[in-house]
Structure formats: structure tokens, C-alpha cells
Design a binder for this molecule. Sequence first.
Ligand code: DX5
Ligand code: ZN
Length: 220
Amino acid sequence: MKNTIIAPSVLAADFANLQRDAELLNNSAADWFHIDIMDGVFVPNISFGMPVLEAIQRHAKKPLDVHLMIVQPERYLETFKKLGAEIITVHYEACPHLHRTLQQIKSLGCKAGVALNPHTPVNVLEDILHDIDLVLIMSVNPGFGGQKFIEHTYEKVRKVRKMANDRGLNTLIEIDGGVTTNNAKALVEAGADALVAGSFVFNSANPTQTIQDLKTICEV
Ligand code: DX5
Ligand code: ZN
């Protein structure tokens, strides 16, 4: 049985109760903490920065999966490593020197991820896939939680899975945006390994149970 990674997005947590929500994730079936960093330039929203991440790190007992929706991410890679990032994902659209940026992430001892916006074709990764640990496919436009899942995502997941299989690579595929128990299983069947879920988890009556439901429904 395949173990799907469930990565609840802290963006949808209650920032006035971050310790409580971090402990909720620690004691749940969640595998990673998904951390959305937005700069108001690459995306039309600002989320939170280093002091908040530092506070999360103090309580998180699971890997921090840091998704950088920022321009020039290479300026902050070391800082995010120091703040506990185990996975650092940069956007393809924000990195003119993607190969170098990925090497920088790996030299810090982190897993290197590349995120693709909904309009970015997956074949732009053909000549760099062997240097990528994780491909994050955006299933909404980055910048906000709570948006509607874009159906074309399935097609992109299948294409990346095929690209990786053809090359004999174990690239992780992560899906981010609008994930619920309605689409989770189909995403895993298309080839996804990790699912981010923000509002579906934290806006539910029982987030711990919702995380378990996502985990269970993905057992294929
Ligand atoms: C969107 C972020 C997502 C977001 C997901 O820009 O990258 O991680 O928190 O939120 P939901 O699950 O509510 O779509
Ligand atoms: Zn994200």
C-alpha cells in the first residue's frame, strides 16, 4: 500500500493559536507542516515571514515543507534552512537560474522542490527533472487559500509521473490548492505522492479527523 503524505497548510491555521494548531498537527496523521511564504510581489498577497516561522518551528515535531512564493528566493535559502526547513520549494517562474538555485538548496542539506503555476506546462522541467526531489503542481493560482481546484491538474500529474518514470526517477509529486476528500484519491491514482490541504482541514469541525479522512481515502 502506498503511503500518501498529507501536508496541512499552516496558512489556514489560527495565527492567534499557533501553538495549539501546531500541536494539533503533531498529534494527527499529518506527515508534514506545509508553510506558505508569500511576498506580495510574486503573488498578490503577503502571508508571514521569519518570526512566525520561528514560532512554528519551536512547536512543530514534523518536517517543515516550505513553499516559497517569492521573487529571488535564493536570497533567503540559508535563513529558511536555519528556521528548520527540510523541504524548500521555489517557483519555476521565479528562478531564471533554476539549476543553480536547486544546487544551493541541496548544498544546505534540504530536499529541493520546484513549483509550477497552473499555466506553466510541465515539459519545462524535462531537462532539470533529475535535479529535482519534489515537483509541486499548483492546482489553484498561488496567493490564497480556499480557492477552487483546477481540474486540468490531473493531466499535469500524469505527465510528470510519466516523465519521472521514463527517466527512472523517484521524484515526489505534491499537489497544492483546493484539495479535499473529493479529489484526493483521484490525485493519488494519477501519480501524486503528497497532498497539501489548508482550508479543508482547518475550516472543518474536526481538523484531526479530517486529516485522518484524507489519509484513509488515499490508501490505494
Ligand atoms: C496557495 C498556497 C496553498 C494554500 C492551500 O497559494 O500555496 O498552500 O494554503 O490552501 P487550500 O487548501 O485552502 O486551497
Ligand atoms: Zn503552498
